[in-house]
Design a protein around this ligand. Structure first.
Ligand code: SAM
Ligand code: SF4
Ligand code: F3S
Length: 481
Protein backbone atom coordinates (compact mmCIF):
# COMPACT_ATOMS: atom_id res chain seq x y z
CA UNK A 1 0.00 0.00 0.00
CA UNK A 2 1.35 3.46 -0.85
CA UNK A 3 0.33 7.12 -0.46
CA UNK A 4 -2.29 8.34 2.03
CA UNK A 5 -3.76 5.84 4.47
CA UNK A 6 -7.25 4.74 3.49
CA UNK A 7 -10.38 4.16 5.54
CA UNK A 8 -13.38 2.14 4.41
CA UNK A 9 -16.55 3.01 6.36
CA UNK A 10 -19.72 0.92 6.02
CA UNK A 11 -22.85 2.55 7.45
CA UNK A 12 -26.00 0.81 8.67
CA UNK A 13 -29.15 2.35 10.15
CA UNK A 14 -30.48 5.88 10.27
CA UNK A 15 -29.40 9.37 9.15
CA UNK A 16 -27.77 9.90 12.55
CA UNK A 17 -25.38 7.10 11.63
CA UNK A 18 -24.79 8.59 8.16
CA UNK A 19 -23.93 11.88 9.83
CA UNK A 20 -21.63 10.12 12.30
CA UNK A 21 -19.86 8.24 9.48
CA UNK A 22 -19.08 11.56 7.79
CA UNK A 23 -17.73 12.83 11.11
CA UNK A 24 -15.52 9.73 11.49
CA UNK A 25 -14.06 10.46 8.04
CA UNK A 26 -13.49 14.12 9.02
CA UNK A 27 -11.77 13.20 12.32
CA UNK A 28 -9.53 10.60 10.70
CA UNK A 29 -8.58 12.92 7.84
CA UNK A 30 -7.75 15.80 10.18
CA UNK A 31 -5.76 13.77 12.71
CA UNK A 32 -4.22 10.97 10.67
CA UNK A 33 -4.52 11.97 7.00
CA UNK A 34 -6.84 9.07 6.16
CA UNK A 35 -8.68 9.32 2.83
CA UNK A 36 -11.99 7.47 2.37
CA UNK A 37 -12.16 4.52 -0.05
CA UNK A 38 -15.09 2.49 -1.42
CA UNK A 39 -12.84 -0.51 -1.95
CA UNK A 40 -12.43 -2.50 1.24
CA UNK A 41 -9.42 -4.35 -0.21
CA UNK A 42 -7.51 -1.02 -0.43
CA UNK A 43 -8.24 0.00 3.17
CA UNK A 44 -5.80 0.32 6.08
CA UNK A 45 -8.71 0.78 8.46
CA UNK A 46 -12.18 -0.80 8.12
CA UNK A 47 -15.02 0.66 10.19
CA UNK A 48 -18.58 -0.61 10.57
CA UNK A 49 -21.01 1.99 11.86
CA UNK A 50 -23.75 -0.28 13.11
CA UNK A 51 -27.47 -0.27 13.93
CA UNK A 52 -29.30 -2.42 16.48
CA UNK A 53 -32.86 -1.14 16.03
CA UNK A 54 -33.98 -4.54 14.74
CA UNK A 55 -32.49 -8.02 15.15
CA UNK A 56 -31.67 -8.46 11.45
CA UNK A 57 -29.64 -5.22 11.35
CA UNK A 58 -27.65 -6.38 14.37
CA UNK A 59 -26.88 -9.85 13.02
CA UNK A 60 -25.75 -8.40 9.68
CA UNK A 61 -22.79 -6.80 11.46
CA UNK A 62 -21.34 -10.12 12.51
CA UNK A 63 -21.71 -11.71 9.08
CA UNK A 64 -20.06 -8.64 7.49
CA UNK A 65 -17.24 -8.73 10.04
CA UNK A 66 -16.53 -12.33 9.07
CA UNK A 67 -16.11 -11.18 5.48
CA UNK A 68 -13.27 -8.72 6.28
CA UNK A 69 -11.46 -10.91 8.80
CA UNK A 70 -8.94 -12.06 6.14
CA UNK A 71 -7.66 -8.45 5.81
CA UNK A 72 -6.04 -8.72 9.25
CA UNK A 73 -3.16 -10.66 7.65
CA UNK A 74 -2.20 -7.40 5.85
CA UNK A 75 -2.16 -5.44 9.12
CA UNK A 76 -5.53 -3.79 8.52
CA UNK A 77 -7.30 -2.47 11.64
CA UNK A 78 -11.00 -3.31 12.10
CA UNK A 79 -13.36 -1.16 14.17
CA UNK A 80 -17.03 -1.40 15.15
CA UNK A 81 -18.92 1.77 16.06
CA UNK A 82 -22.56 2.83 16.36
CA UNK A 83 -25.45 1.29 18.23
CA UNK A 84 -24.44 -2.40 18.22
CA UNK A 85 -21.04 -1.36 19.60
CA UNK A 86 -22.76 0.71 22.25
CA UNK A 87 -25.07 -2.14 23.23
CA UNK A 88 -22.64 -5.04 23.08
CA UNK A 89 -19.32 -3.39 24.08
CA UNK A 90 -16.67 -5.96 24.98
CA UNK A 91 -18.98 -8.81 23.87
CA UNK A 92 -18.11 -7.87 20.28
CA UNK A 93 -14.44 -8.65 20.86
CA UNK A 94 -15.40 -11.89 22.62
CA UNK A 95 -17.45 -12.99 19.59
CA UNK A 96 -15.04 -11.56 16.98
CA UNK A 97 -11.56 -11.42 18.62
CA UNK A 98 -10.00 -9.88 15.49
CA UNK A 99 -11.85 -6.58 16.12
CA UNK A 100 -9.37 -3.85 17.21
CA UNK A 101 -11.68 -0.94 18.12
CA UNK A 102 -15.16 -0.74 19.66
CA UNK A 103 -16.54 2.78 20.00
CA UNK A 104 -19.99 4.30 20.52
CA UNK A 105 -21.83 7.12 18.75
CA UNK A 106 -20.60 9.58 21.43
CA UNK A 107 -16.94 8.54 21.36
CA UNK A 108 -16.20 8.51 17.63
CA UNK A 109 -14.12 11.70 17.99
CA UNK A 110 -11.64 9.66 20.05
CA UNK A 111 -10.81 7.33 17.16
CA UNK A 112 -7.27 8.70 16.60
CA UNK A 113 -6.39 8.18 20.28
CA UNK A 114 -7.92 4.71 20.24
CA UNK A 115 -5.87 3.76 17.16
CA UNK A 116 -2.68 5.02 18.85
CA UNK A 117 -3.51 3.06 22.03
CA UNK A 118 -4.25 -0.07 19.96
CA UNK A 119 -0.75 0.12 18.44
CA UNK A 120 0.98 1.00 21.73
CA UNK A 121 -0.77 -1.60 23.90
CA UNK A 122 -1.24 -4.29 21.24
CA UNK A 123 -4.75 -5.08 22.45
CA UNK A 124 -8.31 -4.14 21.44
CA UNK A 125 -9.60 -0.76 22.62
CA UNK A 126 -13.17 -0.34 23.84
CA UNK A 127 -14.76 3.05 24.62
CA UNK A 128 -18.54 3.24 24.57
CA UNK A 129 -19.19 5.91 27.20
CA UNK A 130 -21.62 8.82 26.81
CA UNK A 131 -19.46 11.86 27.68
CA UNK A 132 -21.90 14.87 27.75
CA UNK A 133 -21.92 16.08 24.14
CA UNK A 134 -18.10 16.35 24.27
CA UNK A 135 -18.07 14.98 20.71
CA UNK A 136 -19.15 18.25 19.06
CA UNK A 137 -16.33 20.19 20.75
CA UNK A 138 -13.76 17.85 19.21
CA UNK A 139 -14.91 17.61 15.63
CA UNK A 140 -12.94 19.32 12.85
CA UNK A 141 -14.83 21.54 10.35
CA UNK A 142 -16.92 19.42 7.98
CA UNK A 143 -15.81 18.85 4.37
CA UNK A 144 -18.84 19.76 2.31
CA UNK A 145 -19.94 17.57 -0.59
CA UNK A 146 -22.84 19.00 -2.57
CA UNK A 147 -25.46 21.58 -1.69
CA UNK A 148 -27.27 19.55 0.96
CA UNK A 149 -25.97 18.74 4.47
CA UNK A 150 -27.04 17.18 7.77
CA UNK A 151 -26.62 19.13 11.01
CA UNK A 152 -27.05 17.25 14.28
CA UNK A 153 -28.84 19.39 16.88
CA UNK A 154 -29.12 16.81 19.64
CA UNK A 155 -27.93 13.38 20.65
CA UNK A 156 -29.79 10.49 22.25
CA UNK A 157 -33.42 10.05 23.22
CA UNK A 158 -35.29 10.21 26.53
CA UNK A 159 -38.67 8.97 25.31
CA UNK A 160 -38.17 5.27 26.09
CA UNK A 161 -40.85 3.91 23.77
CA UNK A 162 -41.39 0.37 25.06
CA UNK A 163 -40.03 -1.37 21.93
CA UNK A 164 -37.01 0.82 21.20
CA UNK A 165 -33.33 0.31 21.93
CA UNK A 166 -32.17 3.83 21.02
CA UNK A 167 -32.25 5.43 24.52
CA UNK A 168 -29.98 2.60 25.71
CA UNK A 169 -27.55 2.76 22.77
CA UNK A 170 -27.37 6.55 22.35
CA UNK A 171 -28.08 7.69 25.89
CA UNK A 172 -30.46 10.36 27.18
CA UNK A 173 -31.20 13.46 25.13
CA UNK A 174 -28.45 16.08 25.10
CA UNK A 175 -29.02 19.27 23.10
CA UNK A 176 -26.35 21.38 21.40
CA UNK A 177 -26.27 25.08 22.28
CA UNK A 178 -28.14 27.28 19.79
CA UNK A 179 -25.03 29.28 18.83
CA UNK A 180 -23.07 26.11 17.98
CA UNK A 181 -25.80 24.87 15.65
CA UNK A 182 -26.14 28.28 13.96
CA UNK A 183 -22.36 28.59 13.54
CA UNK A 184 -22.24 25.15 11.89
CA UNK A 185 -25.10 26.04 9.51
CA UNK A 186 -23.49 29.40 8.64
CA UNK A 187 -20.18 27.60 7.93
CA UNK A 188 -21.95 25.15 5.62
CA UNK A 189 -23.84 27.97 3.85
CA UNK A 190 -20.52 29.76 3.28
CA UNK A 191 -19.31 26.62 1.47
CA UNK A 192 -22.35 26.58 -0.83
CA UNK A 193 -24.83 24.46 1.12
CA UNK A 194 -28.40 25.50 0.32
CA UNK A 195 -30.38 22.79 2.12
CA UNK A 196 -29.88 21.65 5.71
CA UNK A 197 -31.54 18.74 7.46
CA UNK A 198 -31.63 19.24 11.24
CA UNK A 199 -31.04 15.86 12.83
CA UNK A 200 -31.97 14.16 16.07
CA UNK A 201 -34.29 11.42 17.38
CA UNK A 202 -36.73 14.01 18.70
CA UNK A 203 -35.78 17.30 17.14
CA UNK A 204 -38.91 19.11 18.27
CA UNK A 205 -37.97 18.43 21.90
CA UNK A 206 -34.95 20.69 21.26
CA UNK A 207 -34.06 23.02 24.13
CA UNK A 208 -30.76 24.72 23.37
CA UNK A 209 -28.89 27.14 25.61
CA UNK A 210 -28.85 30.60 24.15
CA UNK A 211 -26.67 33.43 25.46
CA UNK A 212 -28.81 36.53 26.16
CA UNK A 213 -27.29 39.82 25.08
CA UNK A 214 -29.29 41.72 27.72
CA UNK A 215 -30.29 39.81 30.84
CA UNK A 216 -33.66 40.97 32.28
CA UNK A 217 -33.56 43.60 35.14
CA UNK A 218 -34.74 41.06 37.73
CA UNK A 219 -32.43 38.34 36.63
CA UNK A 220 -28.69 37.85 36.56
CA UNK A 221 -29.24 34.82 34.37
CA UNK A 222 -27.47 35.47 31.09
CA UNK A 223 -28.76 32.34 29.39
CA UNK A 224 -32.16 31.57 27.92
CA UNK A 225 -33.46 28.40 26.29
CA UNK A 226 -34.30 28.28 22.59
CA UNK A 227 -36.99 25.85 21.44
CA UNK A 228 -37.16 24.15 18.05
CA UNK A 229 -39.45 26.83 16.58
CA UNK A 230 -36.90 29.51 17.42
CA UNK A 231 -34.06 27.40 16.04
CA UNK A 232 -35.83 27.00 12.68
CA UNK A 233 -36.49 30.73 12.41
CA UNK A 234 -32.86 31.50 13.24
CA UNK A 235 -31.61 28.98 10.64
CA UNK A 236 -33.96 30.48 8.02
CA UNK A 237 -32.27 33.86 8.50
CA UNK A 238 -28.83 32.54 7.58
CA UNK A 239 -27.85 33.87 4.15
CA UNK A 240 -27.62 31.16 1.50
CA UNK A 241 -29.92 28.65 3.21
CA UNK A 242 -32.91 28.09 0.95
CA UNK A 243 -34.44 24.90 2.31
CA UNK A 244 -34.82 23.52 5.81
CA UNK A 245 -35.71 19.92 6.58
CA UNK A 246 -35.67 18.04 9.87
CA UNK A 247 -35.92 14.47 11.08
CA UNK A 248 -37.20 12.90 13.28
CA UNK A 249 -39.92 14.75 15.14
CA UNK A 250 -42.28 13.32 17.77
CA UNK A 251 -46.06 13.90 17.69
CA UNK A 252 -46.07 14.76 21.41
CA UNK A 253 -43.70 17.68 21.02
CA UNK A 254 -45.60 19.34 18.18
CA UNK A 255 -46.31 22.70 19.81
CA UNK A 256 -48.51 25.49 18.43
CA UNK A 257 -45.30 27.55 18.14
CA UNK A 258 -43.88 24.96 15.75
CA UNK A 259 -47.12 24.83 13.74
CA UNK A 260 -47.00 28.64 13.48
CA UNK A 261 -43.49 28.42 12.01
CA UNK A 262 -45.00 26.59 9.01
CA UNK A 263 -47.09 29.70 8.38
CA UNK A 264 -44.15 32.11 8.73
CA UNK A 265 -41.10 30.33 7.25
CA UNK A 266 -41.49 29.33 3.58
CA UNK A 267 -37.96 27.86 3.60
CA UNK A 268 -39.28 25.10 5.86
CA UNK A 269 -40.27 22.36 3.37
CA UNK A 270 -43.85 21.24 2.87
CA UNK A 271 -42.90 17.70 3.76
CA UNK A 272 -42.97 16.23 7.24
CA UNK A 273 -41.84 12.85 8.51
CA UNK A 274 -43.94 12.43 11.64
CA UNK A 275 -43.86 8.80 12.75
CA UNK A 276 -47.17 7.59 14.18
CA UNK A 277 -46.09 3.92 14.55
CA UNK A 278 -49.67 2.61 14.94
CA UNK A 279 -53.34 3.54 14.53
CA UNK A 280 -54.75 1.74 17.59
CA UNK A 281 -54.85 3.66 20.87
CA UNK A 282 -54.49 0.40 22.81
CA UNK A 283 -51.25 -0.41 21.01
CA UNK A 284 -50.02 3.21 21.13
CA UNK A 285 -50.40 3.06 24.91
CA UNK A 286 -48.53 -0.26 25.11
CA UNK A 287 -45.82 1.32 22.97
CA UNK A 288 -45.64 4.23 25.46
CA UNK A 289 -46.00 6.77 22.63
CA UNK A 290 -48.09 9.16 24.76
CA UNK A 291 -50.76 10.17 22.19
CA UNK A 292 -53.94 8.79 20.65
CA UNK A 293 -54.66 8.44 16.92
CA UNK A 294 -57.18 11.28 17.30
CA UNK A 295 -54.58 13.60 18.88
CA UNK A 296 -52.14 12.77 16.10
CA UNK A 297 -54.73 13.55 13.44
CA UNK A 298 -55.62 16.80 15.18
CA UNK A 299 -51.97 17.93 14.87
CA UNK A 300 -52.03 17.05 11.16
CA UNK A 301 -55.26 19.03 10.71
CA UNK A 302 -53.71 22.12 12.32
CA UNK A 303 -50.61 21.79 10.16
CA UNK A 304 -52.62 21.40 6.96
CA UNK A 305 -54.65 24.45 7.88
CA UNK A 306 -51.47 26.54 7.53
CA UNK A 307 -49.79 24.38 4.82
CA UNK A 308 -52.52 22.82 2.69
CA UNK A 309 -50.00 21.08 0.41
CA UNK A 310 -48.04 19.43 3.25
CA UNK A 311 -47.02 15.87 2.35
CA UNK A 312 -46.54 13.44 5.22
CA UNK A 313 -44.57 10.29 5.80
CA UNK A 314 -44.35 8.00 8.81
CA UNK A 315 -42.79 4.92 10.36
CA UNK A 316 -45.12 2.01 11.16
CA UNK A 317 -44.61 -1.05 13.33
CA UNK A 318 -46.72 -4.09 12.43
CA UNK A 319 -47.23 -7.09 14.72
CA UNK A 320 -46.54 -5.41 18.07
CA UNK A 321 -47.28 -7.99 20.84
CA UNK A 322 -51.04 -8.47 21.19
CA UNK A 323 -51.95 -6.70 17.92
CA UNK A 324 -55.41 -7.94 16.80
CA UNK A 325 -57.06 -7.70 13.38
CA UNK A 326 -59.05 -4.79 14.77
CA UNK A 327 -55.87 -2.97 15.90
CA UNK A 328 -54.28 -3.53 12.51
CA UNK A 329 -57.45 -2.29 10.79
CA UNK A 330 -57.10 0.97 12.74
CA UNK A 331 -53.60 1.49 11.34
CA UNK A 332 -54.95 0.94 7.82
CA UNK A 333 -57.76 3.42 8.49
CA UNK A 334 -55.28 6.02 9.74
CA UNK A 335 -53.25 5.55 6.55
CA UNK A 336 -56.39 6.26 4.51
CA UNK A 337 -57.35 9.25 6.67
CA UNK A 338 -53.93 10.92 6.49
CA UNK A 339 -52.93 9.93 2.92
CA UNK A 340 -49.27 9.23 3.68
CA UNK A 341 -46.55 9.61 1.11
CA UNK A 342 -43.51 7.23 1.03
CA UNK A 343 -43.10 5.71 4.50
CA UNK A 344 -41.10 3.10 6.39
CA UNK A 345 -42.72 0.02 7.90
CA UNK A 346 -41.31 -2.83 9.93
CA UNK A 347 -42.38 -6.02 11.67
CA UNK A 348 -41.90 -5.68 15.44
CA UNK A 349 -38.52 -7.03 16.49
CA UNK A 350 -38.07 -7.76 20.21
CA UNK A 351 -34.97 -5.93 21.40
CA UNK A 352 -33.15 -7.29 24.46
CA UNK A 353 -33.59 -5.08 27.52
CA UNK A 354 -36.68 -3.22 26.25
CA UNK A 355 -40.02 -3.66 28.08
CA UNK A 356 -41.89 -4.81 24.94
CA UNK A 357 -39.51 -7.74 24.51
CA UNK A 358 -41.06 -9.30 27.62
CA UNK A 359 -44.69 -9.01 26.41
CA UNK A 360 -46.63 -12.13 25.40
CA UNK A 361 -46.76 -12.30 21.61
CA UNK A 362 -49.01 -14.92 20.06
CA UNK A 363 -49.43 -13.49 16.54
CA UNK A 364 -47.90 -15.96 14.03
CA UNK A 365 -44.93 -14.55 12.08
CA UNK A 366 -46.65 -15.35 8.75
CA UNK A 367 -49.67 -13.22 9.73
CA UNK A 368 -47.40 -10.32 10.72
CA UNK A 369 -45.72 -10.51 7.34
CA UNK A 370 -49.06 -10.59 5.58
CA UNK A 371 -50.13 -7.45 7.47
CA UNK A 372 -46.87 -5.74 6.58
CA UNK A 373 -47.44 -6.50 2.88
CA UNK A 374 -51.01 -5.15 3.03
CA UNK A 375 -49.82 -1.96 4.71
CA UNK A 376 -46.98 -1.45 2.26
CA UNK A 377 -49.30 -2.00 -0.72
CA UNK A 378 -51.69 0.65 0.64
CA UNK A 379 -48.88 3.18 1.11
CA UNK A 380 -47.55 2.36 -2.37
CA UNK A 381 -50.99 3.14 -3.84
CA UNK A 382 -50.83 6.55 -2.14
CA UNK A 383 -47.30 7.18 -3.37
CA UNK A 384 -48.35 6.43 -6.96
CA UNK A 385 -51.45 8.64 -6.68
CA UNK A 386 -49.43 11.54 -5.22
CA UNK A 387 -46.74 11.16 -7.92
CA UNK A 388 -49.34 11.11 -10.71
CA UNK A 389 -50.94 14.29 -9.29
CA UNK A 390 -47.59 16.10 -9.78
CA UNK A 391 -47.56 15.61 -13.56
CA UNK A 392 -48.04 19.00 -15.22
CA UNK A 393 -47.04 20.99 -12.10
CA UNK A 394 -43.90 23.09 -11.72
CA UNK A 395 -41.66 21.90 -8.87
CA UNK A 396 -38.63 23.57 -7.37
CA UNK A 397 -35.78 21.06 -7.11
CA UNK A 398 -32.29 21.14 -5.68
CA UNK A 399 -30.05 19.65 -8.39
CA UNK A 400 -27.75 17.07 -6.78
CA UNK A 401 -25.73 15.81 -9.76
CA UNK A 402 -25.83 13.16 -12.51
CA UNK A 403 -28.89 10.91 -12.51
CA UNK A 404 -28.29 7.39 -11.27
CA UNK A 405 -28.40 6.17 -14.87
CA UNK A 406 -25.78 8.72 -16.01
CA UNK A 407 -23.61 8.04 -12.95
CA UNK A 408 -23.65 4.29 -13.67
CA UNK A 409 -22.73 4.90 -17.32
CA UNK A 410 -19.82 7.17 -16.29
CA UNK A 411 -18.52 4.59 -13.79
CA UNK A 412 -18.61 1.99 -16.55
CA UNK A 413 -16.43 4.32 -18.65
CA UNK A 414 -19.21 5.36 -21.03
CA UNK A 415 -18.72 9.10 -20.58
CA UNK A 416 -20.97 10.21 -23.42
CA UNK A 417 -24.10 8.31 -22.48
CA UNK A 418 -26.52 10.69 -20.76
CA UNK A 419 -23.79 13.18 -19.81
CA UNK A 420 -26.39 15.95 -19.39
CA UNK A 421 -28.83 13.68 -17.50
CA UNK A 422 -29.24 15.15 -14.00
CA UNK A 423 -31.25 14.45 -10.85
CA UNK A 424 -32.66 16.68 -8.14
CA UNK A 425 -35.14 16.46 -5.29
CA UNK A 426 -38.47 18.17 -4.76
CA UNK A 427 -39.51 19.53 -1.39
CA UNK A 428 -41.20 16.21 -0.60
CA UNK A 429 -38.00 14.33 -1.42
CA UNK A 430 -39.15 12.92 -4.77
CA UNK A 431 -36.29 12.28 -7.21
CA UNK A 432 -36.72 14.16 -10.50
CA UNK A 433 -34.55 13.09 -13.46
CA UNK A 434 -34.17 15.54 -16.31
CA UNK A 435 -32.00 16.54 -19.24
CA UNK A 436 -29.90 19.52 -18.15
CA UNK A 437 -28.93 20.36 -21.74
CA UNK A 438 -25.66 22.15 -22.57
CA UNK A 439 -25.81 24.02 -19.21
CA UNK A 440 -25.98 20.78 -17.21
CA UNK A 441 -22.76 21.28 -15.23
CA UNK A 442 -23.83 24.79 -14.17
CA UNK A 443 -27.11 23.52 -12.77
CA UNK A 444 -25.54 21.17 -10.18
CA UNK A 445 -26.01 22.54 -6.66
CA UNK A 446 -28.68 25.02 -7.83
CA UNK A 447 -32.37 25.31 -7.03
CA UNK A 448 -34.27 25.27 -10.31
CA UNK A 449 -37.88 24.98 -11.47
CA UNK A 450 -38.90 21.96 -13.53
CA UNK A 451 -42.20 20.97 -15.11
CA UNK A 452 -43.07 17.39 -14.22
CA UNK A 453 -43.73 15.40 -17.39
CA UNK A 454 -44.00 11.81 -16.17
CA UNK A 455 -44.56 9.84 -12.95
CA UNK A 456 -42.51 6.61 -12.75
CA UNK A 457 -42.69 4.03 -9.93
CA UNK A 458 -39.76 5.47 -7.92
CA UNK A 459 -39.07 8.83 -9.51
CA UNK A 460 -40.46 11.66 -11.59
CA UNK A 461 -39.29 12.88 -14.97
CA UNK A 462 -39.17 16.62 -15.61
CA UNK A 463 -38.09 19.41 -17.90
CA UNK A 464 -36.44 22.63 -16.70
CA UNK A 465 -38.77 25.57 -17.30
CA UNK A 466 -37.69 27.68 -20.28
CA UNK A 467 -35.85 30.36 -18.24
CA UNK A 468 -33.64 27.75 -16.50
CA UNK A 469 -32.66 26.17 -19.83
CA UNK A 470 -31.57 29.43 -21.39
CA UNK A 471 -29.97 31.38 -18.57
CA UNK A 472 -29.45 29.00 -15.65
CA UNK A 473 -31.30 29.06 -12.32
CA UNK A 474 -34.34 31.34 -12.09
CA UNK A 475 -35.66 32.88 -8.89
CA UNK A 476 -39.39 32.35 -9.40
CA UNK A 477 -41.30 30.47 -6.68
CA UNK A 478 -42.90 27.18 -7.67
CA UNK A 479 -45.70 24.96 -6.50
CA UNK A 480 -44.40 22.71 -3.72
CA UNK A 481 -44.57 18.94 -4.03
N1 SAM B 1 -37.22 8.70 16.93
C1 SAM B 1 -38.03 8.28 15.88
C2 SAM B 1 -39.46 8.16 16.35
O1 SAM B 1 -39.74 8.27 17.49
O2 SAM B 1 -40.32 7.89 15.55
C3 SAM B 1 -37.58 7.02 15.20
C4 SAM B 1 -36.44 6.30 15.66
S1 SAM B 1 -36.14 4.63 15.27
C5 SAM B 1 -34.45 4.74 15.15
C6 SAM B 1 -36.70 4.38 13.63
C7 SAM B 1 -37.89 3.48 13.52
O3 SAM B 1 -37.56 2.15 13.78
C8 SAM B 1 -39.00 3.77 14.50
O4 SAM B 1 -39.79 4.86 14.13
C9 SAM B 1 -39.77 2.49 14.51
O5 SAM B 1 -40.79 2.48 13.54
C10 SAM B 1 -38.72 1.45 14.15
N2 SAM B 1 -38.41 0.60 15.30
C11 SAM B 1 -37.81 0.96 16.45
N3 SAM B 1 -37.72 -0.09 17.27
C12 SAM B 1 -38.27 -1.16 16.61
C13 SAM B 1 -38.48 -2.53 16.94
N4 SAM B 1 -38.12 -3.00 18.14
N5 SAM B 1 -39.06 -3.32 16.01
C14 SAM B 1 -39.44 -2.83 14.81
N6 SAM B 1 -39.27 -1.55 14.45
C15 SAM B 1 -38.69 -0.72 15.34
FE1 SF4 C 1 -36.99 5.21 19.91
FE2 SF4 C 1 -39.22 6.34 20.78
FE3 SF4 C 1 -36.89 7.60 21.06
FE4 SF4 C 1 -37.97 7.34 18.65
S1 SF4 C 1 -38.83 8.48 20.37
S2 SF4 C 1 -35.83 6.96 19.21
S3 SF4 C 1 -38.93 5.34 18.75
S4 SF4 C 1 -37.48 5.70 22.06
FE1 F3S D 1 -30.11 2.21 14.39
FE2 F3S D 1 -28.96 3.49 16.32
FE3 F3S D 1 -30.03 4.81 14.31
S1 F3S D 1 -30.19 1.71 16.53
S2 F3S D 1 -31.70 3.50 13.69
S3 F3S D 1 -28.31 3.45 14.19
S4 F3S D 1 -30.00 5.45 16.42
Amino acid sequence: MSGAKKVYIRTFGCQMNEYDSDKMADVLRAAEGYEPTDDVEQADLVLFNTCSVREKAQEKVFSDLGRVKHLKAKGVLIGVGGCVASQEGAAIVERAPYVDLVFGPQTLHRLPQMIAARHAEQRPQIDIRFPEIEKFDHLPPARVQGASAYVSIMEGCSKYCSYCVVPYTRGEEVHRPLDDVLAEVAGLAAQGVKEVTLLGQNVNAYRGHWPQAEPGPDSDDDEAIADFALLIEAVSEIAGIERIRYTTSHPNEFTQRLIDVYARVPKLVSHLHLPVQHGSDRILMAMKRGYTAMEYKSTIRKLRAVRPNLSLSSDFIVGFPGETEDDFGRTMKLIDDVGYDASFSFVFSPRPGTPAAALADDTPAALKLQRLQLLQARIEENVRRISASRVGTVQRILVEGPSRHADKAARAGNLNLGASELMGRTECNRIVNFDGGPNAARLVGQMIDVTITEALPHSLRGEPVAAERVSGPARSPATTA
